[in-house]
Design a protein around this ligand. Sequence first.
Ligand SMILES: C[S@@+](CC[C@H](N)C(=O)[O-])C[C@H]1O[C@@H](n2cnc3c(N)ncnc32)[C@H](O)[C@@H]1O
Length: 338
Amino acid sequence: MSLAYLLGQSTKFVWYSTHYLISFKYATPIKIDRENPPPFFKKMPSGKKLFYEMLKLFNEERKLINQKKYKIPKTNVKDFTNAFKGSFNFFMDLPKIDKRRTQNKFNDLEEDKDLPKYFLRNFHYQTDGYLTENSANLYEFQVETLFSGSAATMRRFSMIPMIDFVKSKGENLSFLDIGTGSGEFIKTIKYNFPKLNVTCSDISKAYLDVAKKKLKNFLDIKFNNCKGEDLPFKDKSFDIINSVYLFHEVPSAIRSKIFSEISRVLKKDGIFILTDSLQLGDNHILDPLLEFFPYSTHEPYYSKFIREDLVNTAKKFNLKMYYSKNAYLTKTLAFKKI
Ligand SMILES: C[S@@+](CC[C@H](N)C(=O)[O-])C[C@H]1O[C@@H](n2cnc3c(N)ncnc32)[C@H](O)[C@@H]1O
């Protein structure tokens, strides 16, 4: 298993980091005042240090898989064709992203009275924001490129607290995912916990539709197009709630509302698993990179996110943190509803 795992991850790393390097070379350089650079700029980790941190992540996951903690869905022919299709679409889209970035244009989206202003933006300067099928189809490739092929691994650390919870309660549990996006991680969830009663939710109808297509073989999954801060579910409906890479993309006040809604729809002793970006102080080597991120792309709420005391905010809504684990550039926190 170790050899197969290492081979798979190395291939992914080479494929996506090549895309990263080509896009970096192609892109207009990010404007930094060289005379008076931001304080974090001189402390940026070298490529070697980053590579070492990523290797630690892969080695940790290799051990988890050897211990049979969880399984990775098998790669099939479709994954390879998708990789080439994704590569083509990724490069076709790059000039548009670069143009938006150099002009700092992050709101070329149409008004939609049903969607909040904070959401109607070209996050990461991406084409169509989160509003179209094209954007949803490109999303996974873009995320894997940003993280040089480590995104799926980092997300999988969300399953660790889930594994222990399911072991103690049995698998017949209700599970809600908030901000499902194009659904990649849910495949892994269903592969590992086939009996879990899964509901996927997202504010973006287009992303949820792509998730639906991707997950069509799992007939029991439910889909709900809704906001995390206004969940259309009854009080105490879920045993497990999960959210990956959503919290850094909303303003602080919305984050609090999402915590409040999670607390409302979670059963007593149920768990909420929050997997998102590392925050400042979690790994000092990577701190400068976290500060650089909103410089290099459109992430309007990220600087506040990396400074917010999430544990304390959650506590205000009866969610008590009992688990915390860093996974390279990501961190998983698990909370119990008390
Ligand atoms: C960065 S993506 C993360 C997607 C996926 N969970 C992943 O692991 O890649 C953020 C997702 O959250 C959704 N989203 C943003 N604001 C939201 C909100 N207030 N309520 C629900 N979903 C939201 C977006 O539409 C997008 O699909």
